[in-house]
Design a protein around this ligand. Structure first.
Ligand SMILES: *[C@@H]1O[C@H](CO)[C@@H](O)[C@H](O)[C@H]1NC(C)=O
Ligand SMILES: *[C@@H]1O[C@H](CO)[C@@H](O)[C@H](O)[C@H]1NC(C)=O
Ligand SMILES: *[C@@H]1O[C@H](CO)[C@@H](O)[C@H](O)[C@H]1NC(C)=O
Ligand SMILES: *[C@@H]1O[C@H](CO)[C@@H](O)[C@H](O)[C@H]1NC(C)=O
Length: 427
C-alpha cells in the first residue's frame, strides 16, 4: 500500500514536470497555480503550520460534494531554506496571505513580498492573518499586502480594527471588515496525527516512574526579575517534570543552553527535564503537548497549539504594549470571545517564578480547565466551519469553469523562502 502510494506520488511528480506552463494542446489536463506569501522557510512552527493547514483545508474543500472524486496533497516538511522565489502575482491564478506579520512593514526587506499585488488583479485569500501592532504604529503597517477583492478572514477583531484605522489613515475606500477566524493553528490536532518519538516515549516513561506533581511545559523565556529561566527550572524540576518546547530555531538555541545549565547543575534533573529539538514536527509536538498539565509560554504559537490539543496554558507577558500581549489578546478574543480571555494572560510581575508560584498557578488552571476546554472546543468547531465555508466560496471563484469536468485533482505545495507555491493539477 505504502509502495503504491509512493509510486503514485513519483508518477504525479513526473507528470507535473512534463506539463508546460501554457498547457496548450493538453486538453486532458488542467493546471492552476497559486502563490502563498508568508513567513516560510524559517522553521517557525506556527507559520509553517498555517501553510500546511491551508493545504489540507484546500484538499478537503476540493473533495466536497459536487467537486472532485479524488484529491491528493503532496508537500515537503518544513525546513530552513535560503532559496527565494521570484514573485509575480500576475502569473498566478490565486494568491494567499498566510502566516506571519504580513501587515507590517519596516522590519525587514521581506515585506516587499506584496509588491505588485495591487496591480495584479489576482483573487486574494486572507488565511487568518493577524497583526501585533498598536493603533499608533502607522509607519509600520504594510498597506501593500491588503488589496481588494479580499476573501477569507483575520485572526481577531483587533486586526480588523487596525485595518479599519489603516484604511482611514491611507484614505483608501477599502472596507476591511473581514470575518474573524482565530489562528488556523487551532485546527492542528484535528488535521495532523499525534506521532510518537523516542522523546515522547521517554517522557511517558518518566510520567509513569517518577512521583511528580505534574508536567509543566515551557515555550520561550519564563525569566522573572533577576532570576533566569535555567535557575527557575532548576527549582521546578525537583517537584515537576519539565518539558521545553521551542517554536523556532532561535528559541531552540536558547533552550539547549538552559537544558545544559540545568543538567550540569543538577545531574538528578536528567530524568525530569526534557527538550524537544524538533521545532516543526507537528505530530511530535502534539503528542508531547497532550502530556502537559500546564503550558507556560511567552510565544503565541505554543499557546495556539496548546489550545488545539485542549491542555491548560497561559501566556506570560511583560506589559500591555508588547506584541505578545496584543496578538495573544487578538487570538483569544477571536476564538473564545470576551468571556474569560484575561485568564490566559499572566503578567510577569505577578508571577515570581518560585515553586510556590507554580503550585498556585497549576491549582488555578486546573480548576478553570473544564470551562476553558469547552470554550475552546466550541471555538475550534466554529473555526473549522468558518474556514471551510469561506475557502469553499473562494475555490469556486478561482477554479476555471472548464476544469469542472475533471475527476481528480493533485495539489503540490513547494516551499521557498518567504513564500510557497501551489500547483493544482486536474485530470
Ligand atoms: C509579470 O507577469 C506578467 C504576465 O505574464 C507580465 O506581463 C509582466 O511583465 C511580469 N512582470 C514582471 C515585473 O516581471
Ligand atoms: C486610528 O488611530 C489613531 C491614532 O493614530 C486614533 O486617534 C484613531 O481614533 C484611530 N481610528 C480608529 C478608527 O480606530
Ligand atoms: C473614495 O471614494 C470617494 C467617493 O466615492 C471618492 O471621491 C474618492 O476618490 C475615493 N478615494 C480613493 C482613495 O479611492
Ligand atoms: C512568590 O509568589 C508566591 C505565590 O504566588 C508567594 O507565596 C511567595 O511569597 C513569593 N515569593 C517572593 C520572594 O516574593
Amino acid at each position: 500500500m505504502q509502495n503504491t502510494k509512493f509510486l503514485l506520488l513519483r508518477l504525479t511528480t513526473l507528470i507535473i514536470a512534463t506539463v508546460p506552463n501554457s498547457l496548450c494542446g493538453y486538453s486532458g489536463m488542467g493546471r492552476l497555480r497559486g502563490l502563498y506569501v508568508g513567513w516560510i522557510g524559517h522553521a517557525n512552527l506556527g507559520d509553517e503550520l498555517v501553510l500546511d493547514i491551508f493545504g489540507h483545508l484546500l484538499r478537503d474543500v476540493l473533495l466536497e460534494q459536487g467537486m472532485y472524486q479524488r484529491a491528493s496533497l503532496e508537500y515537503q516538511p518544513a525546513f530552513v531554506s535560503g532559496q527565494s522565489q521570484q514573485l509575480n502575482f500576475s502569473t498566478y491564478g490565486f494568491a494567499v496571505l498566510g502566516g506571519g506579520s504580513l501587515l507590517e512593514a519596516g522590519y525587514s526587506a521581506w515585506t516587499n513580498q506584496c509588491d505588485g499585488l495591487g496591480n495584479a488583479k489576482v483573487p486574494l485569500y486572507v488565511h487568518g492573518t493577524g497583526t501585533q501592532l498598536g493603533l499608533k504604529d502607522h509607519d509600520f503597517r504594510n498597506p501593500k499586502c491588503l488589496q481588494p477583492p479580499v476573501w477569507g478572514g483575520v485572526r481577531g477583531h483587533f486586526t480588523n480594527a487596525l485595518l479599519a484605522n489603516l484604511s482611514q489613515h491611507f484614505q483608501s475606500n477599502i472596507s476591511f471588515e473581514l470575518p474573524v477566524f482565530g489562528d488556523s493553528g487551532i485546527l492542528a490536532d484535528r488535521i495532523f496525527p499525534r506521532v510518537s518519538s523516542a522523546l515522547v516515549a521517554e517522557l511517558e516513561g518518566a510520567i509513569d516512574r517518577r512521583s511528580s506533581a505534574g508536567v509543566i511545559c515551557i515555550s520561550g523565556s519564563i525569566q522573572s526579575g533577576q532570576t533566569d529561566t535555567a535557575d527557575l527550572i532548576l527549582a521546578w524540576v525537583s517537584k515537576y517534570i519539565i518539558v521545553l518546547l521551542p517554536v523556532d530555531p532561535e528559541t531552540a538555541d536558547r533552550q539547549v543552553v538552559i537544558t545544559w545549565k540545568v543538567r550540569t547543575a543538577s545531574p538528578n534533573a536528567n530524568g525530569g527535564l526534557f527538550f524537544n529539538p524538533q521545532v516543526t514536527n507537528y505530530g511530535v509536538w502534539l503528542a508531547l503537548l497532550s502530556r502537559c498539565d500546564l503550558v507556560i509560554s511567552s510565544r503565541l504559537h505554543a499557546a495556539v497549539m496548546a489550545a488545539a490539543v485542549g491542555v491548560p496554558f497561559v501566556m506570560l507577558y511583560t506589559n500591555e504594549n508588547t506584541m505578545l500581549y496584543r496578538k495573544g489578546k487578538d487570538f483569544l478574543l477571536g476564538t473564545i470571545g470576551p468571556d474569560g480571555w484575561e485568564e490566559f494572560l499572566v503578567r510577569r510581575s505577578e508571577f515570581n517564578g518560585s515553586l510556590a508560584a507554580v503550585d498556585n498557578l497549576l491549582r488555578t488552571v486546573r480548576s478553570r480547565h473544564p470551562r476553558q476546554k469547552s470554550a475552546f472546543d466550541r471555538a475550534i468547531e466554529h473555526a473549522q466551519s468558518s474556514y471551510m465555508s469561506s475557502l469553499r466560496a473562494f475555490v469556486r471563484t478561482v477554479i476555471p469553469d472548464n476544469f469542472r469536468s475533471f475527476k481528480d485533482v493533485h495539489i503540490r505545495i513547494s516551499r521557498y523562502l518567504d513564500s510557497a507555491s501551489f500547483d493544482l493539477l486536474f485530470e
